[in-house]
Design a protein. Structure first.
Length: 164
């Protein structure tokens, strides 16, 4: 079984789409460990605020199978495959880590967004503070403590309905 970490984000009906995404992930992956939900301003374009979080799970699925599953869940939630990268979205699911795998195919792991975006690093540091980034050699809490790029981000309180 591999330990995986998944970034979830939405700025179109975000509570509804994050809930649906978590429900689908739970159905396919089983028990999830969830970070807090973070609200942040859109990065790379002008748009409404995003809600972001990180979920962890154990799985026997391959990286390619997970990538296909995540794309299907995104499509099921109204995300168009042709959608621009820097644009509003109903649901964005990204595999951040697959154990300590470092690869370029079928996707790049670990995801560069881990060290580049506060909305990924902070929730990851919350649920995996002592886990070590496979290429930097630093744990996620240390990376978060050293993070100094200006990005407005704050925790919000959400009560999730049952996800199964």
């Amino acid at each position: 079984m591999a330990k995986i970490y998944i970034s979830l984000g939405s700025n179109i009906e975000p509570v509804a789409h994050l809930t649906a995404g978590l429900r689908d992930l739970t159905r396919h992956l089983g028990q999830l460990e969830l970070s807090s939900v973070y609200e942040s301003e859109a990065v790379g374009f002008d748009g409404t605020n995003f809600l972001n979080m990180v979920a962890a799970a154990d799985t026997s699925l391959s990286v390619a199978e997970l990538n296909s599953l995540f794309k299907q869940i995104e499509r099921d939630n109204g995300r168009l495959p042709s959608a621009k990268k820097f644009a509003p979205r109903t649901l964005d699911l990204d595999l951040l880590l697959y154990d300590d795998l470092v690869c370029d195919s079928p996707i790049v792991l670990p995801r560069a967004e881990i060290t580049e975006n506060a909305f990924v690093l902070w929730p990851l540091a919350e649920i995996a503070p002592e886990r070590v980034h496979p290429t930097t050699g630093l744990n996620y809490q240390s990376l978060w403590d050293a993070y100094n790029k200006p990005q407005k981000l704050w925790v919000i309180e959400l009560t999730w309905p049952p996800l199964v």
